[in-house]
Each structure stands twice: as C-alpha cells, then as structure tokens.
Design a protein around this ligand. Sequence first.
Ligand code: MN
Length: 137
Amino acid sequence: MERLTHGPTVKAPAERFTGDAWIDVISPGARPPFVRANLVRFAPGARTAWHRHTRGQTLHVLAGIGLVQTRGEEINVLRPGDTVRTGPGEWHWHGAAPTHFMVHLGLLEGGAPDGEPDTEWAGHVTDSEYDPPPAEA
Ligand code: MN
C-alpha cells in the first residue's frame, strides 16, 4: 500500500469555470491506467465551461445537487450517488444547481504517457444556457 499525499486545494481557473469552484487532485493519473481523480466543490451556480475529454470522464456526485448537459440534449439533474459518464469527444459541462453546492469526484481517463491533451475547452456556459429544470432553480 502507498499513502498518496495531496497538494493544496486550488481555485478553479476563471477562464474555464463560472463562479467559485475548488479542486483537489486525489490521484494525478501519472501511472497506468492513467485515470486522474479530481474532487471538485462547486458553489451554487458555479459550472465548468463547455469542454470535451479526449478519452472520456466519469462523474460521481458525493453531495449537493448538480447539473450536467451534453450539447444538444436536456440538462440532467444529479444527486448524491448518481454517476454519469461522458464519452470521448462529447461536448458537455457540469456544475452546481443555482441554489445548492455540489461536490463530485471526476475520474478523467487518459492522462496519457505521451502527454496528449486530455481536455479541450470552449466558451463559458452563459446564463441563458444555464437554465435548470424549474424544481432546481
Ligand atoms: Mn467534463
């Protein structure tokens, strides 16, 4: 067994997130199978920008109420215990509901040994795009 040490909690960068979100790298994915695990805490209303992952990503919600959307599809509500996976190249965003924090573990596949980018980022999710189902507003 090996106890992994963690660096400090870091604030999610403003160019890639709206609102306040904080990230802990639980596992850097430096060795096979190269899965990086990030614990991310989103304040109410905070969300990622639109992005896609080269290999794919699994999100597991630990607390709060979350939202996730694939481009062209409906916004989905996530609750503790829910797990979703976005496939390779699927444009999406994820974040907290407007009035609730959300904490998820993000398992990012393919922090590959050749250093290929694991994520491509695009524009912020606008307030009009961030339009959760009425029960979550
Ligand atoms: Mn993602």
